[in-house]
Design a binder for this molecule. Structure first.
Ligand SMILES: [Ca+2]
Length: 547
């Protein structure tokens, strides 16, 4: 069949199966019936089948990619694999700055980490396969965590060159360049809810706006008052203060070529400010990634999910964020993979959060962070297998992935507890790294990059129970089956996958693929404590199928 006829056929298919924005599709799914659940996947499969019948060949990869480009849609940031660095603990590259200027609270595990240390490890970061780093606050501050900023326009003495603001900024630019050269974007952790009562208004306010403070108002803020942080809470009723804070965000994104901002404690700031900031940032730098932390300490999935949903929801038609850190799935993954909780919760919370968020942005999935006990502190035996099962599952979630420094080498951090605890902040064990675990983590990130079904696909639930589940991720460039077995013995899962040819299925993470079981169903053997990913093939598996 001539190429023009194929094109005509594809145009016809597009008319029959119009592509709506992801957000619209997900809203349909939320508001109507489960019948709509497979809508997008079915359309793509139908297009592929019709094309195969007519041409005898699968459409070229570029045709499929072009027809379903994700640029500008709600899931534009799903490809970001972000390495979260707590700067003071990652790598001490210069002893000369250790503790410099940190005259208030100092964490017991503070390890003198700095930008010099990160610069020494850019090849390590590239080798891991991440494509962005999120740096904990690097601004001038008086505590080791840096969330009490005393000057948003200067790099902290303790993380750069003491008493040399220009040399420190040069070092920062050198780091940004080195990361960009390796295809790694830079995200700064920017606390705008609060700064320090010692804020340097002389050098920290280039436009002389004179920002104003208020006292602690929210319960969380009142709790922090006992932590020796000297916080001042910005007054969002004051227009000059709002302008000052917007200028800070724009300075780093536009002048310093940073690629994204992680907004701290967004619950303390009015929704209207976030919408104002979002509009200002997007008009100056449309591809900047703005994501936030909406977290209720110690709360379980439902209150956290409802809270997060408020920040996906537009304010008078204006967005607030591109994405939000996803605490409900973090709580669930710790419970299932580290602690042996019911596996079916994974399906429950994927569906619940999807319905609450309405496909309005990019959830950022993580198992570890700086405010929560580490996975390895919770994990029962076999801990490494549990961690790898969790990371493989996380890699199959549609949204961005965040890997906290040290997770890849199996770092633990003291006794676990729910809610806020700071014992995940431990020095990176550079002299005692788990190379095998690091390699396996890197392999998982690599797979995620090569199979868009993992990061962008639609979820099709297949089977789920107390100890195992299977689900399908569908995507025009090929579908992937996800299987989880967290029991201590092998499990065989039975499920139907009508109309699918599994002859070319390839296991991406281990061995074995589902087999036809004679009754029209498939049976899939899963080893204990594992997540398995199986490529079902599709239009674009040119480099898929290997490991
Ligand atoms: Ca140092």
């Amino acid at each position: 069949m001539p190429e023009t006829a194929v094109w005509a056929m594809l145009v016809l298919i597009r008319c029959l199966f119009p592509r709506r924005s992801t957000a619209v599709q997900w809203r349909i799914r939320r508001n109507k019936s489960r019948q709509k659940f497979h809508w997008r996947g079915r359309g793509a499969i139908a297009a592929l089948l019709i094309s195969l019948v007519l041409t005898g060949t699968a459409p070229a990869q570029s045709t499929i990619t072009g027809a379903t480009a994700d640029s500008g849609s709600a899931d534009s940031y799903n490809d970001w694999i972000i390495y979260h660095i707590m700067v003071g603990y990652f790598r001490n590259g210069s002893r000369a700055n250790d503790g410099f200027g940190l005259r208030r609270w100092m964490h017991r595990n503070y390890a003198g980490g700095d930008l010099q240390g990160i610069l020494q490890q850019v090849d390590y970061l590239q080798g891991l396969g991440i494509n962005a780093v999120w740096l904990s606050p690097i601004f001038m501050a008086e505590t080791s965590h840096g969330y009490d900023v005393t000057n948003y326009y200067r790099i902290g003495d303790a993380v750069a060159v003491p008493r040399e603001p220009e040399a420190s900024m040069t070092l920062f630019r050198e780091l940004v360049t080195a990361l960009h050269e390796r295809g790694i974007r830079v995200i700064l952790d920017l606390p705008l809810n609060h700064g320090s009562r010692s804020y340097d208004k002389r050098h920290g306010d280039p436009n002389k706006r004179k920002p104003r403070y208020t006292k602690a108002k929210q319960e969380a803020e009142k709790t922090w008052e006992g932590w020796g942080t000297n916080y001042a809470y910005w007054n969002f009723e004051d227009e000059d203060t709002r302008e000052f804070l917007k200028e800070v965000a724009l300075y780093w994104l536009v002048e310093e070529n940073v690629d994204g901002l992680r907004m701290d404690y967004i619950r303390g700031v009015p929704h209207e400010f976030w919408a104002e900031l979002y509009a200002a940032v997007k008009s100056a730098k449309p591809d900047a990634f703005l994501f936030g932390e909406a977290w209720q300490d110690a709360a379980m999935q439902e209150p956290n999910a409802r809270d997060i949903a408020e920040y996906y929801e537009p304010v008078e038609g204006r967005r607030q964020f591109d994405g939000l850190l996803d605490f409900p799935l973090q709580i669930t993954m710790i419970d299932v993979f580290a602690r042996g909780g019911p596996v079916e919760q994974l399906q429950t919370w994927i569906e619940r959060t999807e319905s609450l968020y309405g496909g309005l942005g990019t959830p950022l999935y993580f198992v570890d962070n700086h405010d929560l006990a580490r996975f390895m502190s919770w994990a029962g035996a076999p801990a490494d297998r549990r961690l790898l099962a969790a990371l493989k599952f996380m890699s199959a979630l549609s949204g961005a992935n965040v890997l906290f420094y040290g997770t890849e080498t199996g770092l633990a951090g003291g006794s676990p507890q729910r809610g806020f605890i700071d014992n995940s902040r431990v020095a990176m064990p550079w002299s005692n790294m788990n190379e095998e675990l690091i390699q396996k983590t890197s392999d998982i990130l690599d797979l995620r990059g090569r199979h868009p079904a993992l990061s962008h696909g639609e979820y099709v639930p297949l089977v789920a129970d107390d100890s195992a589940l299977a689900l399908l991720k569908t995507h025009p460039q090929g579908d992937v089956l996800v299987g989880v077995n967290m029991s201590d013995s092998a499990r065989t899962l039975h499920f139907a996958l009508p109309g699918r040819d599994i002859a070319t299925a390839q296991n991406l993470t281990g061995r074995g693929v589902p087999q036809a079981s004679g009754d029209g169903n498939l049976s899939w053997d899963l080893p204990p404590f594992s997540t398995e990913l199986v490529d079902l093939g599709g239009a674009a598996t040119a480099e898929g199928g290997d490991n």
